[in-house]
Design a binder for this molecule. Structure first.
Ligand code: AMX
Length: 436
């Protein structure tokens, strides 16, 4: 085996001790305050949870275990012939805090390959779903159908001690990561390719190349795009809807399958992961409206205002935490500049980058007028032939399993309790502050 479990286990005593110390020393300190406005306002900016695997800086963007995206691109192991990091390596980094060696990643791939065979019951469950059901709904149902394999649920039923929860959570997470690409590829092939399937080759190929092959793509540059895509979407600290849903549901000791399915349901919302689908639709719509006109700053500005004035958001722009261009946008832009600089749609996306922030700033409502990760991904997928935008968020979901599951293993290892914040009613607030 890869030794991942051993390396994680070796880190545990010190990590548990550290948390104990921090709680003893700083337990009474205020981490942040919560105003009435924040309680009504989606708890924006309230520091009220811990999350070890990644941290989001408002300006510098995401850091995975302290490493920026460009650092991860440089340091994480690459597949043979590839130049982007492998998401398997990121899972290792998020879980252990260590950059894995090539050898460790080869061994992890074997660990995953040993767990990759999809149970027939999962295949049957997917096959039973309506072909026109949204791919994200199919994906969430499929993850629930995978839950019969949960070691954590089986062990809990037999009365396993709390100190063992993380081991079962890790085992379930490995099963999920091993099987998710094939589940996702099946959903793609049945929804858009007439239900013809390409077998998995998890033993030979890295996760991203195998996933690409199962979807029906056979281009080394697309493999690299998948590696980049699955790496950059994996984790975005703990408060975003998908990561927080995984953490919340997992805190009831629901196993990783149940927890991930909940996170995927959150990711399926248009203000979160579904934005990548919405971006492509919006861009196609812009192109249709432009007709024969060459897009320029002027006509695009007009069309952006049209979107805003009809009460819709401009998808792919804005963020709850970030206050600058998302580095996940920037590294996709760099990939596009390298591989598809002359693509018309990429040029349009680039032009929108010059137009939208100005329009949104003038609009005056948004706290962050800059693009997020979703403003860019669809254009590149489309360029390589993955044109079915309804499917885009499933790719996001395969990736988003990586971070929140690594974090969930830590939650169980640190023995975090069930989440249960206190809520108050509007009349409670009125009574409470009336005589102040
Ligand atoms: N277009 C139009 N209006 C926008 C906007 C956008 N791109 N982004 C924010 N606004 C509006 C909000 O709807 C809100 O309006 P309201 O006061 O009438 O309710 C106001 O600006 C203030 O919002 P905010 O504090 O700047 O953002 P937020 O933290 O409430 O929301 C987000 C963040 C991402 C949901 C929002 O920017 C948005 O809707 N963006 C478009 C959808 C999108 O790209 N989502 C993907 C985010 C990344 C991801 O999770 N994958």
């Amino acid at each position: 085996t890869s030794g991942l479990k051993g390396i994680f286990a070796a880190k545990l005593p010190a990590a548990i001790e550290e948390v104990k110390e921090v709680r003893a020393k700083y337990g009474d300190k205020q981490l942040g305050t919560c105003t009435v406005a924040q309680a009504y306002g989606g708890m924006r900016g309230v520091k009220a949870m811990t999350y070890e695997t990644s941290h989001l800086d408002t300006v510098d963007g995401i850091r995975f275990r302290g490493y920026t995206l460009p650092e991860c691109q440089e340091l994480l192991p690459k597949a043979k012939g590839g130049s982007e990091p492998m998401p398997e390596g990121l899972f290792w980094l998020l879980l252990t805090g260590e950059i894995p060696t090539d050898k460790q990643i080869d061994a992890l791939r074997s660990d995953l390959a040993a767990r990759a065979k999809l149970p027939q019951t999962v295949i049957d469950a997917i096959d039973a779903l309506p072909l026109d059901m949204h791919p994200m709904s199919q994906f969430s149902v499929a993850i629930l159908a995978m839950q019969q394999q949960s070691v954590m649920a089986q062990e809990y039923a037999m009365g396993t001690p709390k100190s063992m929860f993380w081991e079962h959570c890790l085992e379930d997470s490995l099963i999920i990561l091993a099987q998710l690409p094939e589940v996702a590829a099946r959903i793609y092939r049945r929804s858009f390719k007439g239900g013809t399937y390409i077998p998995s080759n998890a033993g030979e190929l890295d996760m991203s190349a195998n996933f690409a092959r199962m979807m029906g793509f056979d281009d080394p540059v697309f493999d690299d795009l998948m590696r980049l895509y699955l790496t950059i979407h994996a984790d975005h600290e703990g408060g975003n809807v998908s990561a927080h849903a995984v953490r919340l549901v997992g805190s009831a000791l629901s196993d990783p399958f149940l927890s991930l399915s909940a996170g995927i349901n959150g990711l399926a919302g248009p203000l979160h992961g579904l934005a990548n689908q919405e971006v492509l639709r919006w861009i196609m719509n812009l192109m249709a409206k432009l007709g024969d006109k060459v897009p320029d700053k002027e006509n695009l500005t007009e069309l952006c205002w049209e979107t805003l004035n009809s009460g819709q958001v401009i998808p792919g722009y804005g963020h709850a935490v970030l206050r600058k261009t998302d580095p996940r946008y920037t590294c996709q832009r760099e990939f596009a500049l390298k591989h598809l600089p002359d693509d018309e749609m990429f040029k349009l996306v680039s032009l929108l980058y010059e137009v939208v922030p100005k329009v949104l700033s003038e609009h005056g409502k948004v706290k962050n007028p800059w693009p997020n990760v979703d403003a860019h991904s669809g254009v590149m997928l489309r360029y390589f032939g993955l044109t079915e935008e309804l499917y885009y968020t499933v790719l996001f979901g395969v990736s988003r399993a990586i971070g929140p599951l690594a974090s969930l293993i830590w939650d169980r290892a640190l023995g975090l309790p069930i989440e249960r914040p206190k809520s108050v009613t509007t009349s409670w607030i009125k009574n409470h502050f009336e005589n102040e």
